[in-house]
Design a protein around this ligand. Structure first.
Ligand SMILES: [Zn+2]
Length: 325
């Protein structure tokens, strides 16, 4: 009576123990492959959504990437949370966007302690637009550098090298990921250039919510006519005179479309569009990626979506910019 219930338990015990030890061994080897041999994967932090995406593309599964900003959130107005400090503790590398956009990360790092390598990717920019000398986010250069894909191309090897210094065992992984992603960004740039080449230059007149697209406009031969918030930061506010001036300019320049931004209140852009007869149908991703499943979920799809929206706006919906890959 006593022996019979124990028999099945004994026959189960051995396979369960073997399976468990196999699982533990697998988990440990996975950690070893990802990490620098200091117990656990290489931990890195990226501040903004677009930076998080680019760093993940280069790191692949050979780092654990914590991204501070959530999709659709405004980096200019961000107030760090206590959970950001917790998430940043123990990071070996912190990737910052720079030019004042994520200045708030300094406070997070001071509170988190530790001595991570801080890599400011704006420092690798190959094209720079002058910043604002006054206002809430005065900085030497305009912070929206990622909208020129050549600046992202220049940031990729900087990210690769920082990851490799922290985790040399994954050198080959980072090198392969960086090369593959670089090819994708180059193809993106060439594709967008082709799309705009098909739009007459006189129609490429851009009015956005704030001055986030100077790099993009410079790269693709687009004329910046104005912005609802005439500033490189969304923290500035337009005066009644600014708005009246913009309305006059839109009429004079026969601007076909005003482009609201996904992370900015659209009401004023829509009101200006109503008053001038321009469309406000096509929104742009200015400062942030969109949520999972949206057209702007990754850097590559976000830039494609912006190009498509602009081509449609400039041509009254007659053309688009359909890029794949
Ligand atoms: Zn901005």
């Amino acid at each position: 009576v006593h022996g019979s219930p124990q028999l099945p338990r004994r026959t189960l015990a051995l396979p369960v123990a073997v399976a468990l030890s196999l699982l533990i061994a697998l988990a440990l080897s996975a950690c070893g492959a990802a990490g620098g041999g200091r117990g656990g994967p290489l931990k890195v932090v990226a501040t903004t959504t677009q930076l998080g995406d680019v760093v993940r593309a280069v790191a692949g599964n050979a780092a654990q990437v914590t991204q501070i900003l959530r999709p659709d959130s405004d980096p200019h107005a961000y107030e760090p949370r206590p959970s950001d400090v917790v998430a940043s503790a123990g990071a070996r590398i912190v990737f910052e966007s720079g030019n004042g956009l994520d200045r708030w990360m300094g406070k997070v790092l001071a509170d988190a302690g530790g001595k991570p390598a801080v890599v400011t990717l704006a420092d690798s920019n190959v094209d720079r637009v002058r910043g604002e000398t006054s206002g809430p986010e005065a900085s030497r250069y305009d912070p929206h550098w990622w909208h020129d894909p050549r600046n992202v191309e220049a940031a990729i090897p900087v990210i690769r090298d920082a990851l490799t210094r922290a985790n040399p065992r994954a050198r080959a992984t980072y090198a392969a990921n960086a090369a593959a992603y670089l090819a994708q960004v180059r193809a993106l740039d060439a594709g967008i250039a082709r799309c705009f080449a098909a739009v007459p230059p006189a129609r490429r007149k851009l009015v956005t919510d704030h001055d986030a697209f100077t790099y993009f406009a410079r790269r693709y031969g687009i004329t910046l006519v104005g912005a609802v918030i005439p500033s490189q930061t969304t923290e500035a506010e337009p005066s009644a005179g600014d708005v009246a001036q913009l309305v006059r300019t839109i009429r004079r320049e026969h601007v076909a479309a005003v482009f609201p931004e996904t992370s900015v209140n659209r009401k004023l852009a829509q009101a200006i569009a109503r008053e001038t007869g321009a469309s406000a149908t096509y929104a742009l991703y200015g400062d942030t990626l969109g949520p999972k499943g949206s057209a702007g979920a990754t850097y590559l799809t976000m830039e494609r979506a912006n190009a498509d929206a602009m081509v449609r706006g400039f041509t009254g919906g007659r053309r688009g910019c359909a890029l794949s890959g």
